[in-house]
Every structure is written in C-alpha cells, then in structure tokens.
Write a protein that binds this ligand. Structure first.
Ligand code: SAM
Length: 223
C-alpha cells in the first residue's frame, strides 16, 4: 500500500514507477510500516513531514555501509528515520535525535520501544542548534541526517562538519524543495535551501553529491 506521505514525495516519477521502486527496495519492517500508518492517523495534516518510505531503507543502508556507531539526527518528527537508522546500528550504537516537539516524538518513543531500539536513541528536546553546539568538538560523528527547519540548515552544517569523523556522512533532505530551488526569486525555506546547496557545493572539507531521491537528498562525505 502506498501511503499519502510517500505519494507526496515522488515529484520525478509516475505513481506506477514509484510503486515499482518501493517494491524493489527492502520492505519496511512491521514497526516502521505501522509508524507510517499511525502518523497519518494521528497527525493527518502534518504526515507529509515524514521522510519518504524509500528513505528508511536508504538511511539504514548508509548506516551499515560505513559501519556507523554514532549517528545524529536533526529533525525527528514521529521517529520514522530515527527508527530506520537505529535498527541498522550495532547494539552499542547511539543515535542522538534532535527535535522540539514532545507531542510528535512521543509517537516515535512508542515505536522505538516496540522495535527494541529505544536504548540506542537519545532524544534531545531542545532547539537543535543548542544540542549540536553542546556536543564535544571532537565528537567523531559517523552519520548525520539533516531534516529540520530549512532556515537553519547552514548553521547545522557548520556545527556538524567539524564534528564528523573522516569518511563520515552528512545526509541532507529536501534539497530540491519541491522544485522551488530553481527559482532565483524564491523566499523563505526555498531560499534557505538554495543558499544551503551553494554553501555545500563550495565546501572543500566535504565531497558531496545531490541525488534525486524523494524531495532531493544530498550525501556529503567528510574528507
Ligand atoms: C521534516 S520533519 C522530520 C521528519 C523525520 N525525519 C521523519 O522521518 O519522520 C522536521 C522536524 O524538525 C523539527 N524542528 C523544526 N525546527 C526545529 C528546531 N529548531 N530544532 C529541532 N527540531 C526542529 C520539527 O519539530 C519536525 O519534527
């Protein structure tokens, strides 16, 4: 079944092709699947905030690919991407999840507990910039997932880059911002993403690629 959230996140594909992509990716496990459904049932007006279904397996794949043990997520909502990454961590791995909404993340906490990974997830309810700035300068982060307020993406990037271990990945979501990034007159979040994308491109501390996954995903590797 295709959820409304995933239908919203396929600007480059037909519904048929999108279904085909989902069918040729690892299926979501029952807790992740249930979290998609519950998020739509509990927060129908905000469910579009959830990362697209194919991003769960993609993030899990990246965590396993680089053998990540220390993950930071900026923007957790109801916990879908955090759960997908936490499930891919080794038992002693940790994921710091940054958000400001107790109501939304409460749903995540329930799902993390049901999936048996709650002990790997350290939820920090505070402005994410404060949480990142409080992390030790030599944090040695393996993977960071950026998916919160777009106006702060550059500030998050600047806090994260020095804390990434060499070879560590920053994955940034919504870098196409529903196609609005091509508009030089863009304002608000779209303008912030335009500035972020230029900032990333010019940063010689990182090697970056922009992928047309969902609403656009940049994957950047610390050199
Ligand atoms: C797009 S949603 C994240 C979706 C999530 N990655 C998922 O897969 O379900 C963005 C989240 O960022 C949070 N957020 C917005 N501004 C924030 C801030 N300044 N600090 C921390 N979290 C923030 C919102 O509360 C919201 O839950």
């Amino acid at each position: 079944m295709t959820s409304p959230a995933s239908r919203d996140k396929r600007p480059l594909q037909t519904a048929e092709l999108y279904r085909y992509v989902l069918d040729h990716n690892p299926p979501l496990d029952p807790v992740l699947r249930d979290l998609v459904e519950t998020t739509h049932a509990r927060f129908p007006d905000r469910a579009g905030l959830q990362s697209a279904q194919e991003q769960g397996p993609m993030l899990a794949f990246l965590v396993r690919l680089i053998g990540a043990r220390r993950v930071v997520e900026v923007g957790t909502f109801t916990g879908f991407s955090a759960l997908a990454m936490a499930q891919a961590l080794p038992e002693d791995g940790t994921l710091i999840a940054c958000d400001i909404s107790e109501e939304w993340t409460d749903l995540g906490r329930e799902a993390w507990a049901r999936a048996g990974v709650a002990d790997r997830i350290d939820l920090r309810l505070a402005p994410a910039l404060d949480t990142l700035r409080a992390l030790p300068a030599e944090e040695g982060i393996d993977l960071a997932y950026l998916d919160a307020d777009k106006e702060n993406y550059i500030a998050y990037w600047e806090e994260l880059v020095p804390r990434m271990r060499p070879g560590g990945l920053i994955v940034a979501d919504n870098v196409l911002f529903h196609g609005e990034v091509t508009d030089p007159e863009a304002t608000g979040a779209a303008a912030a993403i335009r500035a972020f994308n230029d900032h990333v491109l010019a940063d010689d501390r990182m090697e970056s690629i922009m992928l047309t996954v969902a609403d656009g995903v940049t994957v950047a590797r610390r050199l």
